[in-house]
Design a protein around this ligand. Structure first.
Ligand SMILES: [Zn+2]
Length: 335
C-alpha cells in the first residue's frame, strides 16, 4: 500500500479475492450487455475486500485493452498510471486520516473533476470508500451529481453500512452485494498466507471475515484482546477500578473494543447453556472464568447495553466516560 499526493491509500489491485468471483461475473455480464450503471453501490460486511474489488474494477474500466474477461491488461499507460496512483481520470474519495467524515470540500473537488473531460481513458471513474462517512452536506452535494449523471462517468460507492447512506443516494445506485465468504474458501485463502496462529482460530475471532482474521495474525493484537478480557475480569472482581482500566484503553479504537466484548458476551451466554460451545479460542480460559462470575440472566441486559453503546461509538464523545460506562455495565452482571 502506498499513499499518493492527496494522502489517499492505494491498495494493490492486481487480484480480486477468490470469494469475489460471483460479483466479478455479475460485472462482466453488465459490461458485455453494455449496461454498466452510472452509479454502483458495493455493499456487504466490512473486511471482506470490497475496496480492493472496487479499485480492481476501476482499473479495468480505465484500461485501454481489457481482455475477454474484462480484466485490465496491467501494462498499458492507463494501468501503469493507475497503479502509480496518478491516473488523471480517476479519483478515490475516502475519509482523510485526521477527519471523522468525508467533507463537502472533498465532494466539491470531485464535482469540479467530473466537469473536466477525460484525458487518457474512455471514461472517468470515481471510487468512494466508506461512503456512509459522507456528512450530510457532502451527501446532498453528491446526490445532485447522481441525479444528473455525466456521460462517460461511473461512480462506485463502497459501504459496509449502506443503511447510513441517504435513501435518495441508495435509490440512485445499482447494488452489488458481497456476502460473507464461505468458511472453507476463507480458510483456504488464510492458510496460503504466512500465519503465526491457526487459521481456524483467527477466522473464528474475526467472525468469519478473512481480512480481519489476517490482521489478528499480528500477535500484539491478540495480546491486546487477552489484556482487555483480563482487565474486565479485574473490574468485575474489584482488583482494578474501572477508571484505571478505562484510562489504559482510552486511545484504542472504540468500535473494535466493543466488537470484541459483544462477541465475548455472546460466547458467555452460550457457555452457560452448553459448556462445550465453540468460543473464541484465544481467550477461552478467561471466558470460562467470566462465565463462573456472571449471572446468565443479566447477560442479555449487558448485551443490549453494549449494542446501544456501539450505535454511538463513532460519535464525538469523551472516550474515558464512554469506556468507564461500558465497564460499569460488566460489573452489573456479577452474581
Ligand atoms: Zn491496461
Amino acid at each position: 500500500m502506498h499513499t499518493n499526493a492527496n494522502g489517499v491509500n492505494w491498495v494493490n489491485v492486481d487480484m480480486i479475492y477468490p470469494w469475489q468471483q460471483p460479483q466479478w461475473q455479475a460485472i462482466q455480464r453488465l459490461w458485455q450487455a453494455q449496461q454498466l450503471p452510472h452509479a454502483l453501490l458495493l455493499q456487504g460486511a466490512a473486511d471482506i475486500g470490497k475496496q480492493t474489488f472496487a479499485q480492481h474494477f476501476a482499473r479495468a474500466l480505465l484500461c485501454h485493452q481489457v481482455d475477454s474477461d474484462y480484466q485490465a491488461c496491467g501494462v498499458c499507460k492507463s494501468c501503469r498510471l493507475y497503479q502509480a496512483g496518478s491516473h488523471p481520470d480517476t479519483q478515490l474519495i475516502q475519509r482523510l486520516d485526521d477527519k471523522k467524515e468525508i467533507t463537502i470540500e472533498q465532494i466539491r473537488r470531485l464535482i469540479a473533476f467530473l466537469q473536466l473531460s477525460q484525458s487518457i481513458s474512455q471514461r472517468k471513474v470515481v471510487v468512494i470508500h466508506q461512503a456512509e462517512t459522507m456528512n450530510i452536506n457532502a451527501a446532498n452535494s453528491l446526490l445532485k451529481t447522481l441525479e444528473e449523471p455525466a456521460a462517460n462517468t461511473i461512480i462506485l460507492l463502497v459501504s459496509a453500512y449502506p443503511t447510513k447512506l441517504l435513501p435518495t443516494i441508495r435509490s440512485r445506485c445499482q447494488r452489488l452485494l458481497f456476502a460473507l465468504p464461505d468458511r472453507r474458501e476463507s480458510l483456504t485463502w488464510l492458510q496460503a498466507q504466512t500465519l503465526h496462529t491457526d487459521a481456524a482460530v483467527l477466522l473464528n475471532i474475526a467472525g468469519g471475515k478473512p481480512l480481519l482474521a489476517l490482521r489478528y495474525n499480528d500477535e500484539s493484537r491478540l495480546a491486546q484482546r487477552t489484556q482487555l478480557i483480563n482487565d474486565i475480569g479485574s473490574v468485575m472482581t474489584e482488583r482494578k477500578d474501572w477508571l484505571q482500566v478505562a484510562k489504559q484503553w482510552e486511545q484504542h479504537d472504540r468500535q473494535e473494543w466493543l466488537a470484541w466484548q459483544l462477541a465475548w458476551v455472546n460466547d458467555l451466554a452460550r457457555l452457560h447453556y452448553d459448556p462445550d460451545a465453540t468460543i473464541a479460542e484465544d481467550v477461552s480460559k478467561q471466558l470460562y472464568r467470566l462465565r463462573d462470575l456472571s449471572n446468565p440472566n443479566k447477560l442479555y441486559d449487558l448485551y443490549d447495553s453494549l449494542i446501544s453503546r456501539a450505535k454511538i461509538a463513532t460519535h464525538t464523545i469523551n472516550p474515558l466516560v464512554f469506556m468507564e460506562d461500558v465497564l460499569i455495565c460488566w460489573k452489573r452482571v456479577m452474581y
